[in-house]
Design a binder for this molecule. Structure first.
Ligand code: USQ
Length: 418
């Protein structure tokens, strides 16, 4: 980093909500490295969910205090952690904003696992209460503070439901033409329609409406990042010291598909493809996640602009192609297992991502070196894996639970549509 970049950002203060999580921690380090003053707000809920599920990150993540101390030793940069439950402690959060006066807030502080959100009524309700209240409290507090704080939120590609009606998914807005009663044709721009596939994804769809409303009513400056599935584990900064290591979720609830496949192959566990593996999804490497967040902070919408929406992904892949690629690379074996989710068995996905490219993102795409790096991390910490936690057991409907005969199983989305 040049001294110049550091001095530009030196006076900028960024609050990272959820800064202890899988995306939040490496983002906090990256922003700190770029010269931002970083404050992490986190109620350690992700660590508590690990306790609930009786599972741990494959990598030995350190307590947050140790992480922050290690970062200071390695970089000379200080970071602060404040434990606030954003969904409940509105007054403390507002007070903190008034004291700290941040330039930007990055909001990762939501329950982010679709399978976890579908486990039971309690998990559905927790996900809705936590995510909706956290987002609303943040918006409400920014208005109340009277400060011009740019909010950067981590949304998801999943708000769109992975179908495209033949067009590339645009970055947030869709131009439509409607016919009035008098037959006149009127052009409009609307939010691209959502079609979430889990309670978790539904909360991110609801977030979009909250942003639209507060942007319209209070002229808040908001950027919403619709991110694909993140793969990889470490970034330049988390690699600097073992105490800075990032999480590696491999369990059936929090492990995401490509990291799971790489980890399964490294451990000699069959690679678990759900259904036919015809699901096509958007992907991004964790190193690009942190870079995109920085680009979003540095390219804020102007006062009065609509919510700025970026598709934060670099490529799309079909799940079975990923499984075959990992099997070939590692000599692993693929197991096609019944799909615990309710999702289209096969889908095409075409996504626009010109906005980040125009801001200077040079995308990292799947490459052997980075895939091998994940495999090496998985091999190194294989002794920490609990094999009983690998299968995905959270089902989207009661009928999908084990023991329910096949003729009582729900139709897939695709079968329902055809
Ligand atoms: N899948 C398998 N085998 C597995 C695990 C998953 O075939 O062992 C399949 C799933 O059925 C699904 C696809 O892989 O079709 C993706 O599953 P995932 O767990 O990797 O991703 P998802 O549940 O969609 O959620 C993850 C993050 C979430 C983020 C989202 C981005 O947990 O926070 O919002 O990716 S996106 O998928 O673009 O909506």
């Amino acid at each position: 980093m040049t001294a110049e970049i550091r001095s530009i950002n030196q006076h900028k203060k960024v609050i990272v909500l959820g800064g202890d999580g899988f995306c939040g921690w490496p983002t906090s380090l990256h922003l700190s490295k770029q010269g931002y003053e970083v404050i992490i707000i986190d109620n350690l809920s992700r660590r508590n969910i690990d306790n609930e599920l009786e599972v741990e990150s494959l990598t030995p993540i350190q307590p947050l205090g140790v992480r922050i101390q290690a970062w200071e030793e390695v970089s000379g940069q200080k970071m602060k952690h404040i434990n606030i439950n954003l969904a409940e402690d509105y007054d403390r959060f507002l007070q903190m904003l008034l004291e700290e006066k941040p330039d930007a807030i990055v909001h990762f502080a939501e329950q982010r696992s679709a399978p976890y959100s579908m486990k039971s009524p309690r998990h559905k309700r927790y996900t809705v209460n936590n995510n909706m209240n956290a987002t609303h409290n943040v918006l409400c507090a920014i208005v109340e503070s009277g400060m011009d704080i740019h909010l950067v939120h981590l949304g998801t590609m999943g708000v769109y439901g992975y179908g495209t009606a033949g067009v590339k998914i645009p970055e947030g807005y869709l131009d439509v033409e409607v016919k009035t009663e008098s037959g006149e044709r009127v052009e409009q721009q609307i939010l691209y329609p959502t079609n979430p596939g889990s309670v978790y994804h539904m909360t991110k769809s609801q977030d979009q409406l909250l942003f639209q409303y507060y942007n319209k009513n209070d002229q808040l400056r908001i950027t919403d990042l619709h991110q694909g599935i993140v793969w990889g584990t470490n970034t330049h900064e988390t690699n600097l010291d073992e105490r800075l290591i990032n999480r590696f979720d491999y369990d059936g609830d929090y492990g995401t598909v490509l990291n799971r496949f790489l980890m399964q192959a490294a451990l000699g566990h069959p690679i678990t493809v759900h259904g036919t593996g015809g699901q096509t999804r958007a992907f991004i490497h964790i190193q690009d996640t942190v870079r995109c967040v920085q680009l979003a902070i540095e390219n804020p919408p102007a006062a009065g602009d609509l919510v700025m929406i970026f598709n934060q992904m670099t490529e799309t892949h079909r799940v079975r192609d990923l499984a075959e690629m990992v099997a070939e690379m590692t000599g692993g074996e693929i197991a096609y297992v019944p799909n615990p989710r309710k999702e289209a068995a096969e889908n095409e996905l075409h996504v626009k991502n010109e906005l980040f490219l125009s801001k200077g993102l040079n995308p990292i795409t799947l490459n052997k070196g980075l895939l091998e790096e994940v495999t090496e991390v998985a091999r190194k910490y294989a002794h920490r894996a609990d094999h009983s936690k690998i299968p995905a057991r959270s089902t989207w409907t009661k009928q999908q639970q084990p023991g329910v005969p096949e003729n009582k199983q729900p139709l897939t989305e695709q079968a329902v549509q055809s």
